[in-house]
Ligand binder design. Structure first.
Ligand SMILES: Cc1ncc(C[n+]2csc(CCOP(=O)(O)OP(=O)(O)O)c2C)c(N)n1
Ligand code: SF4
Length: 272
């Protein structure tokens, strides 16, 4: 083994560096847990995008200083326990019904910031009706739509967003669009509805995409304050466990397969 030992001078410099770094002041902190994100272990699988998406919502809430005024609605899916991670008022909705529940909350408490947090199975399958009608009515809340192309919680069944040829437990030979239909680009569909104000597609697979996703969430809350109507932020994510990949492979697969089919960017944005 060819181990390089440090010279006395390098050794001293290293010691100095450690000493400097150990003095942690408000000015030199570059990364910290954001207050709205509860300091606890998450149940999500390693490398799953849900945790990143939660953090972004929490950071935006803290930056806008709206923790006491925000109400989240999480229906069924892997994020059913989101109330354990976000230190805000949370409401659990039945599978697919988040947009209906959020409608009720926002109408009764219009001064609150309301958002739903829904998977693709939840939003684009069982909850299609509630979602489309809430968006068509222009209900003034934010929908955070987590598109991982599969039913995560229940063990990897085909979702409306499953890609052509993609394997799932209910399409073991790959999704055949002749018998199973084409993937539903529900975000593009929702963007056509007059009630929606801002509709965008983001991802959390890379630092630059994470920053863009956060900016989209922030903008949506700002539009909500101005009573502009429904905003929807799709976040294309991975599901390493049901895609049967490790986290790094799943992010690569997402880039190579999900993003060409679900291109990132604004689909509907205000003209001003
Ligand atoms: C009325 C009803 N039907 C079906 C289920 C079973 N179920 C629970 S979660 C889920 C799919 C969740 O997938 P998705 O919304 O994509 O979220 P993910 O788990 O991938 O984050 C299903 C079908 C249920 N809980 N309630
Ligand atoms: S099953 Fe998939 S979506 Fe659910 S926590 Fe695990 S990786 Fe995330």
């Amino acid at each position: 083994m060819n181990e390089k030992t440090m010279t006395a001078e390098e050794d001293l410099r290293f010691e100095q560096m450690l000493a400097e770094e150990s003095v942690c002041t408000k000015e030199n902190i570059v990364f910290d847990r954001t207050d709205t994100l509860i300091d606890t272990n998450m149940h999500y699988c390693p490398g799953c995008g849900h945790g990143v998406a939660h953090r972004l919502i929490a950071e935006v809430i803290d930056e806008l200083d709206i923790q006491k005024d925000t109400i989240g609605v999480a229906p069924v899916g892997c994020s059913v326990l989101a109330y354990n991670y976000l230190n805000i008022d949370m409401n659990g909705a039945a599978h697919g019904r988040a947009a209906a529940v959020a409608t009720g909350i926002k109408r009764v408490l219009p001064e609150k910031y309301v958002f739903t947090y829904q998977g693709d199975g939840d939003l684009a399958a069982i909850g299609t009706g509630e979602t489309i009608h809430a968006c068509n009515r222009g209900e003034n809340f934010l929908i955070v739509f987590i598109n991982n192309g599969i039913y995560g919680m229940t063990g990897g069944q085909m979702a409306p967003t499953t890609l052509p040829g993609m394997k799932s437990t209910t399409s073991p030979e790959g999704r055949d669009i002749v018998t199973m239909g084409s993937p539903l680009k529900i975000t593009e569909l929702i963007a056509q509805l007059p009630g929606t104000y801002y509709v965008t597609r983001t991802a959390v697979n890379s630092p630059v995409n994470v920053r863009k996703a956060k900016a989209a969430i922030k903008k949506s809350f700002e539009y909500q304050k101005l009573n502009k109507g429904t905003c929807l932020v799709e976040i294309v994510t991975n599901c390493p466990s049901n895609w049967k990949m490790n986290p790094v492979e799943s992010n690569k697969w997402l880039e190579d397969n999900m993003l060409p089919f679900y291109p990132l960017g604004d689909i509907k944005k205000p003209s001003n």
